[in-house]
Design a protein around this ligand. Sequence first.
Ligand SMILES: [Zn+2]
Length: 193
Amino acid sequence: MKFCSECGSEVTKGIPEGDNRERHICTHCGIVHYQNPKMVTGTIPVWEDKVLLCRRAIEPRRGLWTLPAGFMENNESTQEGALRETLEEANARVCIEQLYTTFNLPLISQVYLLFRARLQSLDFHPGSESLEVALFREDEVPWEELAFPVVRETLKLFFTDRQSGQYVHRVGDIYWESRRSGEYQVTMLQEGC
Ligand SMILES: [Zn+2]
């Protein structure tokens, strides 16, 4: 941020009185511009033993496969956002069944909320942000061509839980050394203290 969205003057970085972190502060009107994590919401659309994935038509990770998900808009709920993204990216209608995974990505200040959802029909096709939309059984999932760690981890959990039919909501944190290497670390929240 370079300029104040309230008055257009330059902003400077500093720690406001009573605060403990650096913020953008306007040099003219003094307003503090707080920046907080972004929420990404989406679905795991399920049809029989298959999951719907979208091949990305946009950067980052163009050409790789992902679950339908995206940044929440103002004035919508997480569920509404998940349904909207599923419709926009795959023209697919789903019925939400459960909040399935919550993944924290502290390094990029994002939180993913992915809902397990039942696909209502096989009437779906790519939206403008997708090159292709398709259903995959576990052994058909393009595991080496998934766009994001959060997608891979969620699909792994889903197909493991599918064997028992007991789907448990999980919370995990994902970190990486360098995003280019593709290597990352996952820490799942253990129940109990
Ligand atoms: Zn200002």
